[in-house]
Design a protein around this ligand. Sequence first.
Ligand SMILES: Cc1cc2nc3c(=O)[nH]c(=O)nc-3n(C[C@H](O)[C@H](O)[C@H](O)COP(=O)(O)OP(=O)(O)OC[C@H]3O[C@@H](n4cnc5c(N)ncnc54)[C@H](O)[C@@H]3O)c2cc1C
Length: 458
Amino acid sequence: MVGGGITGLAAAHGLLHAEADDVLGLEVTVFEAQDRVGGKIRTSAFAGIDAVDEGPDAFLARLPWATGFARRLGLGDRLVSPQPGSAAVWWDGLQPIPDGLLLGLPTDVMKLARSKLISWPGKLRAATEVLRPATPLDGDSIGAYVRARFGDQVHERLVDPLVGSIYAADTDRFSLAAVPQLADLAGAGRSVLIAARSRPKPAPSDGPVFYAPAGGLGEMVDVAEVAITALGGRVLVGQPCTTLQADGDGWRVDGERFDAVVLACPAAQAARLVADAGVDESTRAALARIEYADVVMVTLAIPAADWPERLRGMSGYLVPKPVQRLVTAVSFGSQKWAQWRVPAAETGDEQVVLRVSLGRDGLPVMHLDDDQLLAAAVSEVGEQIGVALAPTAVRVTRWQRAFPQYRPHHHRTVAAISAAMPPSLVLAGASYHGIGIPTCVRSGQQAAARVRALLTAS
Ligand SMILES: Cc1cc2nc3c(=O)[nH]c(=O)nc-3n(C[C@H](O)[C@H](O)[C@H](O)COP(=O)(O)OP(=O)(O)OC[C@H]3O[C@@H](n4cnc5c(N)ncnc54)[C@H](O)[C@@H]3O)c2cc1C
């Protein structure tokens, strides 16, 4: 494996776990460039709290792969879920997100009627969706599709903030096909509202929406590293792979021979590595063209005495593009996670932990220094929630080139790249089929299954 993020760890564990049942004599090595595993998953102590995530803080429970992986790692009893809380969009104040949305896409306009987020002309425009002729999907842009069906307000104040906050995206330049929930609804018929009405209602579930280990997502990658080692694998941290060369029907990674290689690193790094591996230039160039967005996560601890009652019970809010400066989303972390409700280390006073996201595709942040980022987070959030914030602890985490941007027709690009790769050189991870942790786990496990099938056949 090249890359010890969640994808590479799931791939290595998948290979070794299957190996425990029958014996192929597999030797599995994970090369990780950084001095720790996890990639975008990183958890550390903050403000007297043992474990506060610096990147992702939960994975979707609805998709089975991450939950299954956690259970296989023995973390089933460690899984916790965020407290349910209401979320808002900041538009002339904090406006509750209306019910009846699917990633921001209205499925029932009556539920929009009461929202102050959309003006009356905007609501009327959205209501005409049922009458509109079919919108062609061949442009594969979320923005173009949603604007055509529901108008600019629904796009800019609902769909773009909700989808954009997951992918750090500008959804006018983001693939509709790459977001399965939206693509399914868009592909289900002429009108979203009619398709939503006639869809079978999902079985009511009172199960959790998200999970994470109690020690944060860092616990999952740490346990995965231990499990891989216990199963006989090697996890080499601080070992960036620099060369990949064909060697008969196998490969040499920095001189060491392997029968198969899973490139579980971002596409940009994969593009660099395949340059000497005999992969054709157009495939290498297609990999190199996959773009990324930078984000910064500022974590703040605020004395609970400064935190107004009206914000209690909320999970956070999103800032839509037309009113964004640098902040795109704010998560009220300690209102979501019970284990983050720990008094301040120095004073023993109750505190509130906020995680503030800055930057996205088209909104650069990396040119700013930490003080500027912190100042922006404190002043913008303070204005938005109407509280003079005086944080007692702060942390700035830079996530450079962290979010792959699935441009329109990303699927076609990935299919062409995959078809051109030699069978024993497998691409996996967030750059290709989905950025969420469950999808990355699935991608790693699928890569493991391909390698296994290949080695079994040979
Ligand atoms: C701020 C933030 C918040 C997020 N929030 C969520 C969330 O709440 N829920 C969710 O499901 N997802 C979330 N995501 C997305 C998710 O975390 C990532 O998509 C996922 O973790 C990516 O995993 P990966 O293994 O594919 O890639 P990465 O985590 O990028 O791992 C790739 C690894 O490859 C290594 N590498 C690169 N080049 C080399 C080389 N030449 N040699 C050796 N190693 C190399 C890197 O160092 C890295 O460790 C978030 C992401 C970020 C950045």
